[in-house]
Design a protein around this ligand. Structure first.
Ligand SMILES: NC(=O)C1=CN([C@@H]2O[C@H](COP(=O)(O)OP(=O)(O)OC[C@H]3O[C@@H](n4cnc5c(N)ncnc54)[C@H](O)[C@@H]3O)[C@@H](O)[C@H]2O)C=CC1
Ligand SMILES: O=C(O)CCC(=O)C(=O)O
Length: 426
């Protein structure tokens, strides 16, 4: 026998597209849906590749590449964010669009899944250049998006200002004001109150429920958060308001730790200061290996950055009682198995970070009605949906003695299958 040169890391599947397909297959089999249903859901309906030129500040022309994937429109128009990141690939965007379909299914909002990405590092560009990249990408995908077709939103390294520019580009191209083409917009052009905080708020609601399940109080619970952007930063603040102690925070520059609890305001100030990083925090000690944040002895671990951070290589060293996936795809299937066996309560991304798309749905509804709700109303409706969804998922997981991810997929696949049946596709 030849000696295998495949290391354990290589042997583990880290391609998000393959991962979501295996998650689907596993849950679908347990649910008992036909292979035909799984075959339909295993691939996106449409993926658009685009390249577009952008004039840079120095007068040069740079050509950017991007994708928009539309997974399933059985339930309704496709919906999901746009990511600007140097590591964006077509497979990643396809996977993210599939996770969006299953996410919308778990929380029962009438959308299918979509996702887009531009291969770029916006941290390297001026505001003007980012505006031109945003407008260029929207122009390139305008034919396949629209309020009744596919509705983008913010994701990694995009924000409400970028959504505003994209909405403006689309509206100019169509010759009519079209706020419903995109969500996560600034409030002044049809954004919803509460959308900026919604992903984090939904995650905090799910964590609260999980803590109740474990019979643990929020007061004094220790938390480590990886990722300090829209999702992670706001989750840290919301959990602190509930009495939790934020002991570790990480971002792309590294991780800091303070056993007694970090001073969140101070870390936020450093994050907002272009001449500093969170590693300059005077209370926190930088971790030599930033990923060690994931293995700290805390009650709640919140991965809120990117995919594949909890793998077969570190899952058995995770000490948290609850892992709340604010990020999409942070845990591999092998790690899922290990965590489940260890008794870790893992709140899967398609439930834990669904608050964003729930309030995006509210934003779209408000845009179509041209009538706007108070923040209290938005947050109350969001809470009802997340609490109800958690309870449904937990009850099904308990009934089937399975993990919450599998149960969440089962609920979602069931709903999408019913829509496909009603349309006569199967
Ligand atoms: N913004 C939204 O509404 C939603 C976001 N998500 C997911 O949440 C995750 C984070 O997204 P956002 O907070 O919106 O992005 P963001 O761009 O606002 O923040 C990303 C954060 O991750 C950090 N980061 C990047 N690379 C890192 C690394 N290697 N290690 C540690 N930290 C790193 C960045 O420094 C930044 O603090 C993504 O997986 C995204 O898909 C999910 C649902 C909705
Ligand atoms: O708000 C939305 O429509 C989608 C947000 C998103 O991209 C996600 O949930 O991963």
């Amino acid at each position: 026998m030849p000696i295998s040169t495949v290391t354990p890391v290589e042997a583990e599947q880290l391609n998000p597209y393959k991962i979501v397909q295996s998650q689907l297959e596993q849950a679908g089999k347990r649910l008992g849906v036909s292979q035909d249903v799984l075959n339909i859901l295993k691939k996106p309906k449409r993926v658009l590749y685009v390249s577009f030129p952008v004039k840079m500040d120095d007068g040069s022309i740079q050509v950017f590449e991007g994708y928009r994937s539309q997974h399933s429109d059985a339930v309704g128009p496709t919906k999901g964010g746009i990511r600007f990141h140097p590591d964006v690939t077509m497979d990643e965007v396809k996977a993210l669009s599939m996770w969006m379909s299953f996410k919308c299914g778990v929380v029962n909002v009438p959308y299918g899944g979509g996702k887009g990405g531009v291969v770029c590092d916006p941290r390297k560009y001026s505001k003007g250049e980012i505006q031109r990249i945003s407008r260029g990408f929207m122009e390139a995908i305008a034919d396949i998006v629209g309020p009744e077709k596919d509705i983008p939103a913010p994701d990694v390294y995009t924000n409400s200002q970028i959504m505003g520019w994209m909405m403006d580009t689309y509206s100019r191209m169509k010759g009519q004001v079209s706020p419903g083409v995109i969500t996560g917009k600034p409030l002044s052009i049809g954004g919803s109150k509460g959308r900026n905080e919604a992903t984090a708020r939904g995650c905090a609601f799910a964590i609260e429920q999980a803590m109740k399940t474990l019979g643990k109080p929020m007061e004094g619970a220790t938390v480590a958060v990886q990722g300090f952007g829209n999702a992670g930063r706001i989750i840290a603040g919301l959990l602190m308001e509930q009495g939790c102690k934020i002991v570790a925070i990480g971002d792309s520059t590294g991780s800091i730790y303070c056993k007694e609890g970090l001073n969140l305001k101070q870390v936020e100030q450093l994050k907002d200061d272009d001449s500093a990083t969170i590693l300059d925090d005077s209370n926190g000690t930088p971790l030599e290996n930033p990923e060690d944040l994931l293995e700290l002895d805390v009650d709640i671990l919140v991965p809120a950055a990117l995919e594949n951070v909890i793998t077969s290589q570190n899952a058995d060293r995770i000490q948290a009682n609850i892992v709340a996936e604010a990020a999409n795809g942070p845990t591999t299937p092998k790690a899922d198995e290990i965590l489940f066996e260890k008794g870790v309560l893992l709140l899967p991304d398609i439930l834990a970070n669904a608050g964003g798309v729930v309030v995006s749905y509210f934003e779209w509804v408000q845009n179509l009605m041209n009538y706007y709700w108070s923040e209290e109303e938005v947050n109350k409706k969001l809470r009802e949906i997340i609490v109800h969804s958690y309870q449904e998922v937990y009850a099904l997981a308990d009934e089937h003695q399975t993990d919450l991810r599998t149960a969440a997929y089962m609920i979602s696949i069931q709903r999408i299958t019913e829509a496909m049946e009603a349309r006569g596709w199967i």
